[in-house]
Ligand binder design. Structure first.
Ligand code: 5GP
Length: 138
């Protein structure tokens, strides 16, 4: 079964499209967090960031910047969040890679903040060792 976003790409399902090129599509989110909330997707149906080849990552990033610039010119927000969820535990509900571009205005409550924690020097050492080993392994 094709993802809802693949069906938007094909035109089977309507969407408020604002930009399209060979590899990417940008359209308004149907349940926006703020005015102008836009989704940028890669056209190939790949589930998450972890699955994208570099050329698709670049294409989505480039379109994301263009959308952010267009939203800034059109709506003059005070800021913009770029949010990208991978996996259900991270809040992903559509498993077709996409980036949220969310205009923000001073004082709005459009996006929740995380709760900053603490990290010990020992835990930093453990994590740095673990993660550096991953780069050396690849
Ligand atoms: P996620 O939670 O996966 O990061 O974000 C999925 C987003 O897709 C949600 O913000 C949701 O509102 C949006 N969405 C889901 N179905 C549709 C749809 O059929 N059309 C549009 N335009 N947006 C959708």
């Amino acid at each position: 079964m094709a993802s809802i976003f693949t069906r938007i790409v094909s035109g089977e399902i309507p969407a408020a499209k604002i930009y399209e090129d060979e590899l990417t599509l940008a359209f308004l989110d149907i349940n926006p967090a703020s005015r102008g909330h836009t989704l940028v997707i890669c056209k190939p149906e790949l589930p998450s960031l972890l699955d994208l080849p570099p050329e698709l990552l670049y294409a989505v990033s480039s379109t994301t910047q263009r959308v952010a610039q267009a939203l800034t010119r059109a709506l003059q927000p005070d800021g913009i969040n770029i949010i990208q969820n991978n996996g259900a535990a991270a809040g992903q509900t559509v498993f077709h890679y996409h980036v949220h571009v969310i205009p923000r205005w001073n004082g709005d409550q459009a996006v929740g903040a995380w709760h900053p924690g603490r990290i010990s020097a020992e835990e930093q050492r453990v994590l740095v060792t673990l993660l550096r080993a991953q780069f050396n392994a690849s």
